[in-house]
Design a protein around this ligand. Structure first.
Ligand code: SAM
Length: 279
């Protein structure tokens, strides 16, 4: 049996009882560590905190392992119970549907244990989850790679008056381009996109495209460390949020569409004063 278990967003204590039972009866436990992170990251300290509570040793599954060696994990699950832990909810990232499809094709039984995801935790700011359009992912721009396909999606959402959730790039154990060219993989240090970098990139693309999908005065909500004790939620214009230090990762951003009066009332609790964040 393959158990795919959501860990929730905060720390080791956010696993559900059902998830914990599945972990404890599994012979092998993997944790996926490249689409999201718990508040303490995947440092050896963080991992041992999980191992202590769950009473199991845990193998970190990086992108290479999940994408290239998934069949090894699935093979183990044909003859024993294997737990695959995912921060948030297993289906809060597009990647894990592929694991389920592969498992089913190999005849491996799959059980999913759900948990809170960034996709619903953003509800804390008061914008109705029913009033969101397509979610977009913002990748780190490089000197030679500045993809902007998210622009049309945001534009479409805003034409329909819908809010847009922007998920921000996480780069963990990514091989550097130079090392790939040299044929010997070396990994970049981990990087997590901050709200300010996301807004700079969004405004750069708006300046290039010039179609007014949004402007620096468009209202947004920035979120950091949702689900943790020190989570931060701040609403303001793009220009204002550029100046806010959201602190440690993870961050995400919502571009606000048309609002209902009750949504406005809730957003007001998180708004910066009008003159804050202005140059
Ligand atoms: C692929 S998504 C989320 C996957 C996860 N399985 C889930 O259900 O929440 C990862 C992105 O969501 C955002 N994110 C995830 N957890 C977050 C948190 N606790 N606070 C703020 N943003 C978060 C970040 O932008 C991050 O790059």
């Amino acid at each position: 049996m393959l158990y795919i278990i959501g860990l929730g967003l905060g720390d080791e204590k956010d696993i559900t009882l059902r998830g914990l039972e599945a972990v404890q009866k599994s012979q092998k436990v993997f944790i996926e560590a490249y689409t999201s992170l718990l508040s303490f990251g995947i440092s050896s300290d963080g991992l041992s905190t999980l191992e202590k509570l769950y009473g199991k040793s845990i193998t970190v599954a990086d992108r290479e392992m999940v994408e290239e060696k998934a069949d090894d994990i699935l093979l183990e699950a044909t003859s024993s119970d294997v737990a695959f832990l995912v921060v948030g909810d297993p289906f809060g990232a597009t990647t894990h549907t592929d694991l389920v499809v592969r498992a089913k094709k190999l005849g491996v039984d799959v059980k999913v244990v759900h948990n809170a995801s960034v996709m619903n935790a953003i509800g804390v700011c008061g914008l109705q989850l029913y009033r969101y359009g397509e979610t977009v992912s913002l990748p780190f721009f490089t000197d030679t790679w500045r993809p902007d396909s998210f622009y049309e999606k945001i534009q479409r959402n805003r034409k329909l008056g819908l809010h847009t959730l922007c998920l921000l790039d996480i780069r963990v154990k990514e091989p550097s381009l130079e090392s790939l060219c040299r044929g010997k993989k070396q990994y970049e240090p981990p990087r997590f996109m901050a709200v300010s970098v996301a807004i700079e990139q969004l405004l750069e693309v708006e300046q290039m495209r010039g179609e007014n999908a949004y402007t620096e005065d468009t209202t947004c909500v920035g979120f950091a460390r949702l689900g943790s004790e020190d989570q931060l939620v701040v609403a303001g214009s793009m220009k204002q949020l550029l100046e806010v230090d959201f602190g440690l990762p993870l961050h995400c951003l919502v571009i606000v569409g048309d609002t209902h009066p009750v949504e406005e009332e809730m957003l007001d609790f998180y708004k910066l004063a009008k003159n804050q964040g202005q140059a």
